[in-house]
Ligand binder design. Structure first.
Ligand SMILES: Nc1ncnc2c1ncn2[C@@H]1O[C@H](COP(=O)(O)OP(=O)(O)OP(=O)(O)O)[C@@H](O)[C@H]1O
Ligand SMILES: [Mg+2]
Length: 231
């Protein structure tokens, strides 16, 4: 049987606003198996980023349960969440969040910089080679194209050997050719490393490359046929 690496039940995130409560997520059940490649799609404001942030232990849960790698995390507060996150999860975002004054190699080394182990440098170089940037390791981000910058961000996210990679619109700033290249790279990494991947995208063509798509609307999972993306 395949392992379940992410499991939520009745997951809720309520923002308390002066104008009243806003249910950004209103009872979400997901089960994601090890090595699955899952896309999350839905209209703007449907709760995609909120869901990804909760699954990635980036934010506290209002109610419901969430297990990451078999451990219940819904009661965990920020300091505990940091540890769970660091051990298991890598992130990439629409904005690449590279440090502009550091080279590609230094950006990739960053997550393990304080460990100061000599093998960290060779691992960073290996990862940059893996994402196709062997010839660019000493370039500053501004000398790289958007697609290349996202490759650096992917290599950086893999530096800590996460079991789960979460991506929030990783191709949102890229043209269609680079979007396809990045998505294919994520798919390859998913297959080669049995890396579980959860990717938010607005692009149906890319969503269709995933093993399955979770459709969100108004903070809830809905069946594909009911998604406004199809109408
Ligand atoms: N920190 C916050 N404080 C208050 N409301 C928030 C906060 N973050 C998100 N929201 C609200 O929660 C709802 C879901 O937002 P979320 O960012 O998860 O949507 P999304 O599906 O990622 O949208 P998009 O496609 O535009 O990125 C929206 O109504 C949003 O305004
Ligand atoms: Mg979003």
């Amino acid at each position: 049987m395949l392992n379940i690496v992410i499991k939520s039940q009745g997951l809720k995130k309520i923002y308390r606003l002066p104008a009243g409560d806003l249910a950004a997520l209103n009872g979400v059940d997901v089960e994601i198996k090890q090595g699955e490649f899952v896309a999350i799609m839905g209209p703007s404001g449907s709760g995609k980023t909120t869901l990804l942030d909760l699954l990635g232990c980036l934010d506290e849960i209002t109610s419901g349960s969430l297990e990451i790698m078999g451990k219940e995390v819904s009661e965990a507060r920020e300091n505990k969440l940091v540890l769970i996150r660091r051990k298991n999860i890598g992130f990439i975002f629409q904005e690449f969040f590279l440090i502009p004054t550091l080279t590609a190699l230094e950006n990739v080394e960053l997550p393990l910089l304080f460990d100061k182990l000599p093998e960290n440098r060779s691992r960073a170089i290996e990862l940059l080679e893996r994402v196709g940037l062997a010839a660019r390791i000493n370039h500053l981000p501004k000398k790289l194209s958007g697609g290349e910058q996202q490759r650096v961000a992917i290599a950086r996210a893999l530096m800590t050997s996460p079991k789960i990679l979460l991506a929030d619109e990783p191709t949102g700033n890229l043209d269609s050719k680079n979007s396809k290249l990045i998505f294919n790279l994520l798919r390859e990494l998913n297959k080669e490393e049995n890396l579980t991947m959860v990717v938010v995208t607005h692009n149906m063509e890319l969503g269709n490359l995933a093993d399955r798509i979770i459709f969100l609307q108004d903070g809830k999972i809905i069946p594909k046929e009911e998604s406004s993306l199809y109408h």
